[in-house]
Design a protein around this ligand. Structure first.
Ligand SMILES: Cc1cc2nc3c(=O)[nH]c(=O)nc-3n(C[C@H](O)[C@H](O)[C@H](O)COP(=O)(O)O)c2cc1C
Length: 209
């Protein structure tokens, strides 16, 4: 059982961390949500384009469980297109007040349409309309063009609930490796790297800071 470390510098030792990185992540995530951070669910998502060049942008983690890390986006955006061609991705999270970083690497796959529908229905109506109005990552002629598009979709769906656009939904990063980094005094930070074996169990190693 993982126990929270003491402030100001936490412990990340093998006996606390255990063998299952997803349990450890969920404990850290819960701690981050209670730590009065501006946005504990923000993560940087790295993808690789067809030319081999990496790109990164922030996303919000909307759910995490033993299957992986879920965020929502436009499937035809730059990231969506890059991930369709090359599903390898990396997520990096930084919880400033806790001096903690988590790095996740793995393969991205779409979540089920039903799961995407369920989440879309929980979104405010304005966000639902924006998902229809924005061709994410495409060039826009002007701000006015975007607002005109929003007015059009608002009129189109004026009479009832807004359905989920087929181009919008969740992606899940299925982790192959997860590294936990705990900042400590004098740059002697703790790093534990978990790597998934082919049988689904995890191996754990300690890395130099
Ligand atoms: C704090 C923060 C959270 C964000 N969350 C998301 C998100 O959950 N999904 C998303 O598609 N874009 C999100 N964005 C916008 C992305 O960073 C990015 O601009 C957009 O997805 C287009 O990226 P792309 O052109 O590489 O596909 C967020 C931006 C910030 C600053």
């Amino acid at each position: 059982m993982y126990e929270e470390p003491r402030e100001p510098f936490g412990l990340l030792d093998e006996s606390h961390a255990g063998d299952d990185p997803m349990s450890l992540f969920l404990a850290w995530f819960e701690h981050a949500k209670q730590a009065d951070l501006v946005e504990p669910t923000v993560a940087a998502l790295g993808t690789v384009g067809p030319d081999g060049r990496p790109a990164a942008r922030m996303i919000l983690l909307k759910s995490v469980d033993e299957r992986g890390f879920v965020f929502f986006t436009h499937y035809e955006s730059r990231k969506g297109a890059e991930l369709r061609q090359n599903p390898a991705a990396a997520l990096t999270i930084w919880w400033d007040r806790l001096t903690r970083q988590v790095r996740v690497e793995g393969r991205v796959e779409p979540i089920s349409p039903t799961e995407s529908d369920e989440y879309f229905q929980t979104r405010p109506r304005e966000s639902q309309l924006s998902a229809w109005a924005s061709d994410q990552s495409e060039v826009l002629a002007s701000r006015e063009a975007l607002e005109k598009r929003l007015a059009e979709v608002s009129a189109r769906f004026a009479q009832g609930p807004v359905p989920r656009p087929p181009h919008w939904g969740g992606l899940r990063l299925v982790p192959a490796a997860i590294e936990f980094w705990q900042g400590r005094a004098n740059r002697l930070h703790d790093r534990l790297l978990y790597t998934r074996r082919s049988d689904g169990t995890w191996s754990r190693t300690r890395l130099s800071p």
